[in-house]
Design a protein around this ligand. Structure first.
Ligand code: NBP
Length: 498
């Protein structure tokens, strides 16, 4: 009995030797759908899963009648692959990925490719790239976005890592991904962890987009007293113009969706947001690299504040609200101003996201193609929008663009929206409707366009209490310390930035 299954596997492996173009490990929602997508595009995929019963279940159900083949061990899976072997993992990020890599290394040979399509942290991907390079294996960390439907019919794919792998996986990746104006929403991102980094920033931007939409909804609901159906119509209308995007579209659909009792379902949902960490990682990365990704950070904090539901319920009974909480004035004009505030803030959010990508690229020596990244996000993913086509145009026109706000198109767009944006943020503050992301975007805009900020006083304060030194505006680069009180010494602290 002991040897029997092995013999069966060996003979199956010989019969099907080198038939598969790629192997996919992980038969949960993403893996299964990506396999079926690859199959639709003519690729033969070998499916494997830690719990091997799921392989048979998949072959006998979802994959029945397709070219998909299965394997019940990693040895069998590897034996079925054409060379150079391509093995893609869609498993839980973290230990599962390391465990599979460890098991695959002895089974693969020089030039074979391992791809991680899960939501791994980019530092893990950097580490794995380095480790596998020493073994002659090629490693790719690829962002995959678009959820279940994207995986099945066309995701946004963001691969990065060992560039020699790209020529081998490009035909597969660019055949299964989403397309925008017939261009694939997948291109080579860059070195080591850059694919997963770009996916992380994508998710951070997604947090920002969602929070901005929620603030627009909150203003319409509380300050204007609009019904979900009325708001749905506004979002549907906005989706016909420059805000045309997946998230605005689904918001219109959500707002008009009725529960079984005919009431809007959205109003029954508890107002405490969850999060899985990618927005937080982006905000942390912004702090790590000194990039003011304020809008993403505010969006993460807004979810944290929402989650304090019980505390908020108590506070709402004791903390004073402003005297007036309802908007009085031209309602149609205010709705149009909310649209402008949302659009201008969105521009700031993407400007901040690309600032962060630029900073990370400089830190790690990645040669990122910013226009290509905008195109990868243009279709297939959660933040897909018409607007991303304009970002691609901006970077195509000027590869060295330091900030999206300085591009002619976006500069003019923000200029057009500015008065309405300020009116909305001001009204939110006056009526007590929290608008953290809209306000963060506006204050970033005002900070970024200021040639003079009050940081001279910060420097003076730091030098006063901690002898941290300051530069003079007239002679930057030279550091001075002043004995402000006459009682301090003349020794200064070491000058460095954390
Ligand atoms: P899950 O994230 O739920 O992972 C399920 C897979 O991981 C199964 O194949 C499971 O094997 C395997 N696995 C686990 Br759990 N622990 C393991 C371990 N210790 N060792 C080996 N295998 C292990 O699946 P998913 O939602 O399809 O997502 C796959 C990846 O794609 C994740 O990294 C996810 O973050 C990312 N992603 C998901 C989405 C989405 O919308 N769901 C979108 C974009 C990216 P088992 O069957 O034996 O338990």
């Amino acid at each position: 009995m002991g040897n029997a299954p092995c013999k069966t596997i060996k003979s199956v492996a010989r019969k099907n030797d080198h038939v598969a173009d790629i192997a996919l490990i992980g038969l949960a929602v993403m893996g299964q759908n990506l396999i079926l997508n690859m199959n639709d595009h003519g690729w033969t995929v070998c499916a494997y899963n830690r719990t091997t019963e799921k392989v048979d279940k998949f072959l006998n159900n979802e994959a029945k009648g397709t070219k998909v083949v299965g394997a019940h061990s990693l040895q069998e899976m590897v034996a079925k692959l054409k060379k150079p072997r391509k093995v893609m993992m869609l498993v839980k990020a973290g230990a599962a990925v390391d465990s599979f890599i460890q098991q695959l290394v002895p089974l693969l040979e020089k030039g074979d490719i391992i791809i991680d399509g899960g939501n791994s942290e980019y530092q893990d991907t950097q580490r794995r790239c380095q480790e596998l390079a020493t073994k002659g294996l090629l490693y790719v960390g690829s962002g995959v976005s678009g959820g279940e439907e994207g995986a099945r019919y066309g995701p946004s794919l963001m691969p990065g890592g060992h560039s020699e792998a790209w020529q081998h996986i490009q035909p597969i990746f660019q055949s299964i991904c989403a397309r925008s104006n017939d261009e694939p929403c997948c291109d080579w991102v860059g070195e080591d962890g850059s694919g997963h980094y770009v996916k992380m920033v994508h998710n951070g931007i997604e947090y920002g987009d969602m929070q901005l939409i929620c603030e627009a909804y909150h203003l319409m609901k509380t300050a204007l007293g609009m019904t979900p159906d009325e708001m749905s119509e506004v979002f549907a209308e906005w989706n016909k113009g420059e805000l045309d995007s997946f998230l605005i579209e689904i918001t219109a659909n959500i707002l008009k969706f009725k529960d079984e009792d005919g009431e809007p379902l959205v109003e029954k949902i508890r107002d405490a947001a969850g999060q899985k960490g990618t927005g937080k990682w982006t905000a942390i990365s912004g702090l790590d690299y000194g990039t003011p990704t304020t809008l993403i950070a505010e969006s993460v904090f807004a979810r944290c504040l929402s989650a304090l539901k019980d505390e908020r319920m108590k506070a709402s009974k004791v903390l004073e609200a402003p005297a007036h909480t309802k908007f009085t004035g031209d309602k149609e004009e205010f709705i149009e101003n909310i649209r402008k505030a949302l659009y201008a803030s969105k521009i700031v959010s993407y400007a901040q996201g690309f600032m962060l990508l630029r900073e990370a690229a400089a830190k790690f020596g990645w040669n990122l193609n910013y226009g290509g990244i905008a195109l990868m996000w243009r279709g297939g993913c959660i933040i897909r929008s018409v607007f991303l086509g304009k970002i691609k145009d901006a970077f195509d026109q000027n590869r060295d663009l330091t900030n999206l706000l300085l591009d002619d198109f976006f500069r003019a767009a923000v200029g057009r929206c500015q008065a309405g944006w300020r009116a909305v943020v001001g009204k939110g503050v006056e009526l007590g409707v929290p608008v953290p992301a809209l306000a963060a975007a506006l204050t970033f805009y005002d900070g970024y366009r200021s040639s003079v900020l009050p940081a001279n006083l910060i420097q003076a304060q730091r030098d006063y209490f901690g002898a941290h030194t300051y530069e003079l505006a007239a002679s930057p680069g030279t550091f001075h310390h002043t004995n402000w009180t006459g009682t301090g010494g003349n020794v200064s602290a070491t000058t460095y930035d954390a």
